[in-house]
Structures are given as structure tokens and as C-alpha cells.
Design a protein around this ligand. Sequence first.
Ligand code: HSE
Length: 442
Amino acid sequence: MSSSAEAPLRVALLGCGVVGASVARLLVENRDDLTARIGRPLDIVGIAIRRLGRDRSDVPVDPALFTTDADELVTRADIVIEVIGGIEPTRDLILRAMEHGASVVSANKALLAEDGPTLYAAAHEAGVDLYYEAAVAGAIPILRPIRESLAGDRITKVMGIVNGTTNFVLDKMDSTGAGFAETVEVAQSLGYAEADPTADVEGFDAAAKAAILASLAFHTRVSSSQVHREGIAEVTAADIAAAAEMGSVVKLLAICERVNSPAGEAVSVRVHPAMIPRTHPLGGVRDAFNAVFVESEAAGQLMFYGRGAGGDPTASAILGDLVAVARHRVEGGRGAGESAYADLPVLPMGAALTRYHISLDVADRPGVLAAVASAFAERGVSIETVRQQVVPRERDGRAESGANLVVVTHRAPEAALADTVDALGTIDTVREVVSVMRVEGD
Ligand code: HSE
């Protein structure tokens, strides 16, 4: 650590992609304001990159600061900003930085969600800070509000749109009526989706963020492997149309919920597509924006909205963390460490309480509705609404009367709902289970 009260704090930057370049530029451009806010200047002492030789003229720093020796760089910094991503060698670099007395600001959701406790333990051991606001929902201040502003309250639910790529795709499917595959291609051509969109589309990115949100909200360790994850690749134009008929939209939701299970209090953490009313605060989140809806006992409902990705928006969150940890260096003290005292069990998906919207193509004959209703009743699933519309059609060249039957359930254990859908598929008068989608936001 620097010794003199006026000496600059030494900042090392690990990674100089889109986000790292924004961080470096804003550090330079806002230097005077940051110095005034912190009480000491911040000096970039090095920027670790994988290869030298690339044109870095967009980063307004002395080119001599670029280095490929990240191992060495982290040993001569007061604060290390990590925007490399990935698990290794990043974890080793962060641990090494902490061992050498540096506080760490990271945007690494995958690492925090996989092995946050190791990083927290190392930070505690070294007496340094670990901040990672940018790891979830980019520019949106959400981790600090949960970790600090709501620390005196009791959070019951956190439900977020935390992946911009999938929100862009689902929003476009909703506005154009197009299918999933062609909409992903559009998103790729516009730069909203990666060439390999797997991490976003399959929900891995959102699941890591859900694990982080749940850990903080419920004072319980939750890793990404404990998050039930379903992506949006199976969402069809029919699902989107079915939602629209209900006045709803389909969103990929990260849901972290405190629940009373038969065995006591527990948490449910899951990522999956779900219908949500257009009038719900999350229902109006368009394009690639992110939003997180929080419910707590005393505060009630809170909504956080903004840009979840991009260089400058993500850098904003990183610089906020940087100022916080730098102030601790100047004034003493540390930010909150890990809080996992509640240690609540994480429920398996089958025990989660959800609601289903089920659209069926059925024969229009006496007893069909009764057979369908029985499938629900036998599994203890209570029906909230039923809507039937007769649809004349042709089958094997003959006119035939069929019906579209839409059932929306009350909340029930996921396992009972899934079992009900399986049973519906075996009823001979049910010609097709057209769409099954969970429902959120009553
Ligand atoms: N790929 C993410 C998204 C941004 O589409 O929102 C980084 O977490």
C-alpha cells in the first residue's frame, strides 16, 4: 500500500477489451473529479493484456503501461480491477493480488458465482475489499442496494431480466411475430448476440447472475450449479402469441425467492422463460435493457432499470466500486464481506412453486374438458382460469370440430405441474400440447 497521504493510489487493470478500455479512458478523463472524491489521485500503474503489438490508440495512456505479465503487475498495486473474465488464470491472479494487499474490483460473474466464497475468504484474510457491482446487470446499481441499502430489511424475492441478448431476441419475437432462429440471426447481424450465443441463449450468463443475487439477498451461499437453468431456444412464435393473447410477454427471468417449504424456510433460484403481464414493471423492459425487481418486507416493491452491458455502462459500475474501495484505503475501514449466516437450503426445481399457462389443441367432444380437469385435480393442481375457443378445421380431408383450450393454474409445485403436462399428453382427445409456459407476476 502507498505510504504517503498524498501519494497516488496504484491501480492495475487486468484486461483491456471493450470494458477495460472504457475504464482506462474514464479514469484518465475524470481524474480530477475522482481525486477530489477520493482524497488521493489514482494512477494506472499497468494494464495487463494477452498480446502486445495491437493498436491501442483508443486507450489514452502511456503505451509503456501495457504488459503481458499480469502475475507481476498485481504485486505492485493498491487496487486491481479485473475485467478479463473466465475462471483461470483469473482466480489465481485475484488471489495473488489480495495476498499482496490489493483490494479487488471485478466484473467476473462466472467466477463469483462459481467460487465467490474462496475470493471472500482471501479478501478477509488479507484485510482488503472485494467489490463486483458490474458482475450483474452492468450499469444498474443492484448489488450494493441489496448488500447495503436493504441490509436492514428482509428480501423475499428478486426477479430480474439480467441478460440483454435474450431480452432483445424475445422482444423482437414479440414485436415481429418471427421465430427464434431467425431472430437470433438478426440479433447477431446487429451486434446484440455473439457469433456463438450459447452462454446467453441457454441461460448460463443469467444463471451466474441469479446465483450472485440470491447469495446476497438471502445471506446464503448459492453457486451457479445450484441454479435451475432453462434458456430461450425452445420458445416458439406460438408461445409468444399465446402470451400476447393474455396481455403478457415472454421474458427470460432470473428468479430468486424465499419460500416456506415443508422442511422450513428455503430458497428457490431459477432461470427460465416465463410469461409476465405487459403491465408488470418487467413486462415493459424492451430491447437489450436489463431490470431487476426486488420485493422486501419493509420496503415493498423496488425496480432497478438500465443498461446491462456495453463498455461505458459497465465501466460506470466498476468506477463506482473503485471509488468505494479507494475511499476505504484513504479513510480506513472496509466494505461488507461475505454474509452467508442464514445458510438456507436451496430447493430442487421440482419443489419450486410456479404457475403454468398451458395451451392445448383438443377434440370438441363431450367429456374432453372433464378429462383435462381431472388430470390437474388428480395431481393437486388448482386451475385459475380456463378458456376454450372452438376452431373448425380439416383432418384427413374431413371437416372436424376442434378447440383450443387454454388453462392457467394457481401456484403449485413444479413437479406436480410437469407431471400434469405429461398426463395431458396421454389423453386421447388432447391432440397436441401446443405451448407450456410458466407464469410470473400476478
Ligand atoms: N452477455 C450479457 C448480456 C452481458 O447479453 O446481457 C454481459 O453479462
